[in-house]
Design a protein around this ligand. Structure first.
Ligand SMILES: Cc1ncc(COP(=O)(O)O)c(C=O)c1O
Length: 389
């Protein structure tokens, strides 16, 4: 563990940097403590050796690679023009909101949700209307409430989807997406889908992009994606948007230019080229990561089985787990975070910031070596058994 801490601190890791000189285990921000693929390292070294780092075009090969990549996600017939590069998913999201929403337009989101997808809109002065995801045996969207909300608020002009959904790990089904798409068509709304977690699908679940070939409606939709989570390269700033709607495409090209956001740096270009033109190697890495996450998930499930005060939400994607703490000694999950950090040497994300049901939940990052997870879970169990949280 000390070796991992030392290495990660030496790379100025945000996740570990806060706890340079303490024993605290970081299971908060969403990057993995697992190395990126070796073929990336080789590509970077090769590119560095060329020793020319001037202004650089993004090669066409990357777009062709992304078109292939999306075929694996059952999205066919993409054209090169449908793909627009941006330096990060969140910057791209901000540009979509600034460029494609009418003045005074508001958006709908489903909570609990990855906070920046709400905060970015609010900071732009856009009203965010929250539709709580209903928790029964499974999570579901209340379509009656959704349509009623759209009908009653004429300023609603977009729906922001997170698929797979951070933090609950839900992969939205084809049927759910089809219902959402029908509503966006009926009420002429923009549909923005953040699909950043969509390469890491667990337990053989089927992921549907909103661009899936089975959906015939193609207008007013834009997907955000990036290799950041899948290949643990969040420190490289590269993402892309996909839209088949030509008028949206035009607006976004202008918006990206105005924001100086469409150029990528050399190492991001090298990274994208290595990933999207070596699909076989990339998928072999993805499969190994999925296996590790599934193993960690099973470990977590078994270890926490006897803990009646905590309930794990069965994650269908990615390395973030949403956990309910029942009958907590703390007032809310911000307090839980503080107690875990100060007294039990582990840090997680408090659910409150995700809004919706988040008050009694924490989000734990399990994209790490088993040894780290075992230690963190043991500390978590002690905190539960001591009734400290
Ligand atoms: C759903 C979601 N979208 C976007 C991001 C951030 O993407 P980027 O770093 O490319 O802005 C994250 C990171 O955790 C995320 O979970």
């Amino acid at each position: 563990m000390d070796k991992l801490r030392k290495t990660r601190v030496a790379t100025s890791s945000k996740k570990w940097g806060r706890y340079k000189s303490s024993e605290i285990l970081p299971l908060w921000i969403a990057d993995m403590d697992i190395k990126s693929p070796e073929f990336l390292e080789k590509s970077f070294i090769q590119r560095a050796k060329q020793n020319y780092f001037g202004y650089t075009d993004i090669s066409e090969k990357i777009k062709l690679g992304i078109i292939e990549w999306y075929k694996y996600k059952f999205v066919n017939l993409l054209q090169k023009d449908n793909i627009l590069f941006c330096n990060s998913v969140l910057h791209g999201y901000s540009i979509i909101l600034q460029t494609c929403l009418p003045k005074n337009g508001s958006i709908i989101v489903f909570t609990p949700l990855y906070p920046p997808l709400m905060k970015i809109a609010e900071d732009l002065g856009i009203e965010v209307i929250e539709i709580p995801i209903v928790k029964e045996e499974n999570y579901r969207i209340d379509f009656k409430l959704l349509e009623k909300t759209i009908k009653e608020n004429s300023e609603i002009s977009a729906i922001t989807l997170c698929n797979p959904h951070n933090p609950i790990g839900k992969v939205w089904s084809g049927d759910v997406l089809s219902q959402i798409i029908n509503l966006t068509k009926k009420y002429t709304l923009l549909l923005i889908s953040d699909e950043i977690h969509s390469d890491l699908i667990l337990d053989g679940n089927r992921f549907y992009s909103i661009l899936d070939t089975s959906f015939s409606y193609k207008n007013k939709m834009v997907v955000l994606h990036s290799p950041a989570k899948t290949f643990n390269v969040a420190g490289l700033k590269a993402s892309f948007m996909i839209t088949r709607d030509q008028s949206l495409q035009k607006k976004l090209v202008e918006g990206l230019k105005k924001n100086f956001a469409s150029e990528l740096d050399i190492f991001s270009i090298t990274m994208m080229e290595a990933i999207y033109t070596n699909i076989k190697d990339s998928y072999s890495y993805i499969n190994s990561i999925i296996q590790r996450i599934e193993q960690n998930y099973r470990y977590l499930e078994t270890a926490l089985k006897k803990q009646s005060r905590c309930e794990i939400v069965k994650s269908q994607a990615s390395f973030l787990v949403w956990i309910k703490v029942k009958d907590s000694a703390c007032n809310n999950s911000s307090e839980i975070r503080e107690v875990l950090r100060e007294k039990y040497a582990m840090d997680i994300h408090e659910g409150t910031i995700f809004r919706g049901e988040g008050k009694n939940y924490i989000r734990m990052n399990i994209g790490c070596p088993k040894e780290l997870l075992e230690r963190a879970i043991s500390q978590f169990i002690t905190a539960l058994e001591n009734e400290a949280i």
